[in-house]
Write a protein that binds this ligand. Structure first.
Ligand SMILES: Cc1ncc(COP(=O)(O)O)c(C=O)c1O
Length: 371
């Protein structure tokens, strides 16, 4: 079977995790701190705060953005379920806005239509490696006094012009799960330029204790901490931090290879009539966490079943509002393009380590499936 992803971690990552185990400090420590500064510097943000997952990052970032129970937060439906779940965790209501059919990212025009007096934040997703139109979204947010908490889970390294995601929105959240650009097994990161919010996020991810565990551990005196607000246990371990440092040192090579593979798919599939290829708008830099095609003739189920029979894995992306958890959501906005993409688009195998031979095999199988 050619899987949808295969991990690109090796001896250096194993040694980094083992070093952390031998160091005597396993929870959030100096490896996590170094990983955080590498990500902050890379994306061009003042602060990066590591969390146990991107879902946890989104939850904390929404709280730091001032989202309160009863508020509305605008997000796309065409995403992973965690995007909307994080809004529910914050006690707010997700209000779904439709996507642009060629980028698969949330439409600024639809965001504008979905704003009500209860809206406090916009949660755009920079999906599958391509930045959403963050400048347009920020301009809407500024006009309406809203915060932007960006879900860039799959898109570390993606750029608009010369600016990397992570430096633009009020808060940007990344994921390090095994299918993302970098992996630490599980893990997430929030980047922000807001000093006060960064301090609060660091505290909230560790139960909101007034003194960190490491400060207490390294103190020779007695330190009694207090808990000024509700906090969470969303810490990343130092084993994961060690793996993250090694992965960050490889990010340029990882993105170059993903772009090469995407280019190669584009060339091999350019004459195929039954599909729409991925799109990289002018001035945008796509990091191709996933390679997406829209099926114009055959159904998704037919093509996915044929690929599976030929030992090729494929996936689709949800329309969250159609999932049972969200069945009671008040849907006032048209989500036609989200539903269409979730029924018509599929993701093909895409990972560092996919060989040209394997990629040829995927293309051969796809052509049979489309025939
Ligand atoms: C768009 C999007 N948002 C959020 C998440 C959640 O990330 P994590 O698994 O790190 O919580 C994912 C990952 O699967 C994702 O693809």
């Amino acid at each position: 079977m050619i899987p949808i992803t295969r991990l690109s971690v090796g001896e250096a990552e194993a040694a980094a995790a083992a070093d952390a185990v031998r160091s005597g400090w396993l929870s959030t420590g100096k490896r996590v701190q170094k990983f955080e500064s590498m990500v902050a510097e890379y994306v061009g943000a003042k602060h990066a705060i590591a969390t146990s997952s991107c879902t946890a990052a989104l939850h904390l970032a929404l709280i730091a953005a001032g989202v309160k129970p009863g508020d509305e937060v605008i997000c796309p439906s065409y995403s992973f379920i965690a995007t909307a779940n994080a809004i529910l965790y914050a006690g707010a209501t997700p209000v779904f806005a439709d996507i642009e059919p060629i980028t698969y990212n949330i439409s600024p025009a639809h965001i504008e239509k979905a704003i009500t007096p209860r809206t406090t934040a916009i949660l755009p997703v920079s999906q599958i490696g391509l930045a959403a139109d963050i400048p347009a979204i920020l301009s809407i947010a500024r006009r309406h006094g809203l915060k932007v908490v960006e879900d860039a889970a799959p898109s570390l390294g993606a750029m608009i012009g010369k600016e990397r995601l992570g430096s633009l929105s009020d808060f940007t959240c990344f994921s390090f799960d095994p299918r993302k650009i970098l992996t630490t097994g599980e893990g997430g990161m929030i980047t922000t330029n807001d000093d006060e919010a960064a301090a609060r996020l660091i505290s909230m991810r560790a139960h909101s204790a007034s003194v960190s565990a490491i400060a207490r551990h390294t103190s020779t005196g007695v330190i009694l901490e207090s808990y000024p607000e509700l906090g969470y246990n969303y810490k990343l371990t130092d084993m994961q931090g060690g793996i993250g440092i090694v992965q960050m040192s490889r990010i340029a090579e990882i993105i170059t290879e993903r772009r090469r593979l995407a280019d190669r798919y584009n060339t091999l599939l350019k004459d195929e009539e039954g599909i729409q290829l991925p799109y990289e708008p002018e001035g945008y830099f796509h990091v191709y966490q996933s390679y997406i095609i829209k099926l114009l003739k055959k159904t998704q189920l037919e093509v996915m079943a044929s690929l599976a029979k030929q030992d090729i894995a494929s996936r689709r992306i949800l329309a969250i509002h159609l999932e049972p958890v969200y069945k009671d959501t008040n849907l006032e906005n048209s989500l036609v393009e989200s539903e269409r993409a979730s029924k018509e688009a599929i993701l093909l195998p895409m990972f560092v380590g996919l060989t040209d031979l394997e990629q040829d095999e995927v293309v051969r199988a796809l052509k049979i499936a489309l025939d």
